[in-house]
Design a protein around this ligand. Structure first.
Ligand SMILES: NC(=O)c1ccc[n+]([C@@H]2O[C@H](COP(=O)([O-])OP(=O)(O)OC[C@H]3O[C@@H](n4cnc5c(N)ncnc54)[C@H](OP(=O)(O)O)[C@@H]3O)[C@@H](O)[C@H]2O)c1
Length: 187
């Protein structure tokens, strides 16, 4: 079986937070477009909890693969698998417009599967967000692409107890990096 490139794609804070209580606590303009540009036509692998956070709707134009320990899990529109090996076999067997497997989260799957990845596409937010779900990146690689951007985002805050939340905007700075893990292997 020939190999298929494996990429991680994740948006996180500087301390690795990717979600809080089952939801992503930010909304960045252009984020979905960036994700789609990279993953469209390819296979995406997600954990069972991320699948549920999508409300069981497969991402269109991609082969959706859901990792679970359950051998009887049903995920209409997606392929349930119980191991990374099975996920790779499913991605290989599919007829994909783009022969790539994108590991899209959540944290448990990223933490488990990071060792298999050839590259990581990481967006780091330079702002504080409370979170209980963290990607613990343990690998070294070479940063091959690095861009710093700023977006104007909306947020709500309750300033006085009992009052309705007020909407504000603020500038959010974020850095996008591409990390090539294979560079170290090639040395
Ligand atoms: N910021 C981002 O870029 C980003 C991206 C994606 C998701 N998210 C967020 O991340 C959150 C979910 O993350 P999470 O870490 O709680 O859950 P998750 O990784 O999405 O799913 C965890 C589940 O995946 C299955 N699983 C994990 N490793 C496995 C293995 N080695 N073998 C078999 N099955 C395995 C298990 O399912 P079973 O329990 O069924 O066995 C496990 O409970 C959601 O809030 C989502 O919105 C954020």
């Amino acid at each position: 079986m020939d190999t298929i490139p494996i990429y991680l794609i994740v948006t996180m804070t500087e301390n690795g937070t990717i979600a809080d209580k089952g939801v992503i606590p930010w909304s960045i303009p252009g984020e979905q477009r960036y994700f789609k540009e990279h993953t469209l036509g390819a296979a995406v692998l997600m954990g069972r909890k991320t699948w549920e956070s999508l409300e069981y709707a497969p991402l269109p134009g991609r082969l959706n693969i859901v990792l679970t320990h359950s051998g009887t899990f049903s995920a209409p529109g997606a392929i349930p698998v119980t191991s990374m090996e099975e996920a790779l076999t499913a991605a290989h067997a599919a007829s994909l417009a783009k022969r790539e497997l994108w590991i899209m989260g959540g944290a448990e799957v990223l933490n488990h599967a990071q060792w298999l990845a050839n590259k990581a596409y990481v967006t780091v937010l330079h702002d504080h967000y409370a979170g209980d779900t963290k990607f613990e990146s343990k690998r070294n690689g070479k940063i091959t692409d690095h861009t710093v951007s700023e977006a104007e985002i909306e947020f709500s805050r309750t300033d006085l107890p009992g009052s309705a939340p007020t909407k504000y905007t603020k500038k959010l700075r974020y850095t996008r990096v591409v990390i090539d893990y294979d560079v170290l292997k090639r040395r």
